[in-house]
Design a protein around this ligand. Structure first.
Ligand SMILES: [Zn+2]
Length: 99
């Protein structure tokens, strides 16, 4: 299953969210990021500590979340140099503006 991870524009880091309480997975972390699964068109909140799914984003919020930041596959990061990576970001960003 290949998922796209939401990242800050211009950065390789996942976009991090913090909960007031620790995540329900119980690993002690209170931060998570969003991953989009194209096969079921759903966004999942994934714990940064143990990488388990902790919530599903309601369908009606999928689009507005996909509009924030840049969504990339993990392999996009591994397979590209820093310079190429920034070009991908720029391309995807421009593409997102056109939609
Ligand atoms: Zn966890």
């Amino acid at each position: 299953m290949k998922r796209l991870t939401q990242r800050y524009i211009g950065s390789k880091n996942p976009w991090c969210y913090y909960s007031k309480e620790n995540n329900p997975c119980g690993c002690g972390s209170n931060c998570y990021h969003l991953e989009y699964d194209r096969s079921d068109d759903k966004i999942y909140c994934v714990c940064n500590g143990c990488k388990s799914d902790i919530y599903e984003i309601k369908e009606e919020y999928t689009k507005e979340n996909l509009d924030k930041g840049i969504w990339l596959l993990e392999e996009d990061l591994k397979n590209h140099s820093e310079e190429q990576y920034h070009q991908i970001i720029i391309d995807e960003y421009l593409e997102s503006l056109q939609n």
